[in-house]
Design a protein around this ligand. Sequence first.
Ligand code: FES
Length: 127
Amino acid sequence: MPKKKGKKAGRNGALAAMTRPDAKVRDYDAHVLVCKGGDCKKRGSKEVQKALKNELRTAGMNRDVRIDSVECLGLCKHGPNAIVYPPGTWYLGLIESDAPEIVDGHLKNGEPVEHLAAEFRPRKKRR
Ligand code: FES
């Protein structure tokens, strides 16, 4: 068993023993984060996620792509929303029938589906 790294009690006396878990993480080709927050859920995010999973299964890619739910992506009124990594493409207002295009175009061929992808606005400059 590998030696665990840890921290001792903090300056304030609180016990802050942190150990690095032994668990290993599976290597995925892509990661999809589907919002399942209240607004996205009301608009069908559960069905969108299910459709993505079905498409991945049909394409034989369900072991290569991880799909997880997140609580909120902050663009609630545009949902159901999802982000696909790589490269970090945001898809807003998804419907179930978008799943085949995302799986085939983005996840299988590596090309984000432009007509479904959100545009990025420039970051604000720091003063
Ligand atoms: S509920 Fe989905 S972005 Fe907030």
